[in-house]
Design a binder for this molecule. Structure first.
Ligand SMILES: [Zn+2]
Length: 268
């Protein structure tokens, strides 16, 4: 059995469904990641996570979705964004197709923290209520929250975009695609105290939206928000190991979970 759905034959899938109805779906983004990381970082990381969990558990991995919702990153060339309703629709159709064939537990591996979450959660809410299937999102920031805090060496404001931990994993797994000497620190100090972007900073916050017209300025014409200079391979390896152990443990829980499918529809 191959780890990716699309690398198997239909008979392999029929056989797999006799022993498991769980499948992972990596979803990422193709968007600028500063001058030190490639555009595909979020998708590459989501796929790596899913394949590592497959190695640990034998779970099948659905063909990945490369594109996500990334409008503000359009300030830099190469970024591709879907409209949020497109992402919701694509995810709904993919999951409904999987459910039609007998999958009952679908876990999205989200490589693009925060921005992808609203459209993904709308898709999940619809699928869950229409079909009864278990649907969930494993997002590194949330499923590896403890390791994220323990391994981080950045100053307050250091968590943002193209920063420490995703950079560290990329250095460990895909060094040939990275340019460590171009890593930078960008922690803005002149913002209103309610506009702190770093989720690790415990403070009272107003939520706002990033604006493509001001995004280059906000990210110093480089594309980093936070600190990527404290990244290293070893940190990336430990972060990835703890992350994939957590998801593997949850996949084992899913294997024993009883789910009742109420309805199956072919997307039309
Ligand atoms: Zn990223």
């Amino acid at each position: 059995m191959k780890r990716y759905l699309h690398e198997n034959k239909w008979e392999d899938i029929e056989l797999y469904l006799k022993k498991s109805t769980t499948i992972l779906l990596p979803v990422g983004s193709v968007e600028q990641h500063g001058k030190h990381l490639p555009l595909g970082t979020d998708s590459i990381l989501a796929q790596d996570i899913a394949l590592d969990v497959a190695d640990k558990t034998g779970v099948l991995v659905a063909s990945p979705l490369w594109y996500g919702w990334a409008p503000h990153h359009m300030a830099y060339p190469g970024t591709v964004t879907l409209r949020p309703e497109t992402l919701t629709s694509v995810v709904e159709d993919v999951i409904n197709s999987l459910i039609y064939h007998g999958f009952e537990k679908i876990l999205i591996i989200n490589g693009h923290r925060e921005a992808n979450l609203p459209p993904l959660r709308i898709a999940l809410t619809r699928v869950r209520n229409n079909t009864g299937a278990f649907v969930g999102i494993a997002d590194p920031f949330y499923i590896n929250a403890v390791a994220g805090r323990e391994l981080s060496d950045v100053d307050p404001g250091g968590i943002g975009h193209a920063e420490e931990l995703e950079t560290s994993v990329m250095y460990d797994r895909h060094g040939e695609l990275c340019t460590p000497e171009a890593a930078v620190k960008n922690i803005p100090s002149d913002h209103n105290k309610y506009l702190q972007h770093d989720p690790h900073v415990l403070t009272d916050k107003i939520l706002t939206a990033s604006d493509v017209a001001h995004y280059r300025e906000a990210t110093n014409n480089i594309g980093v928000m936070g600190d990527s200079t404290t990244s290293d391979k070893e940190k990336g390896r430990e972060y990835q190991e703890r992350l994939t152990n957590n998801i593997a443990e949850f996949v084992k829980y899913l294997d024993d979970l009883e789910v009742e499918i109420r309805k199956k529809d072919i997307p039309l």
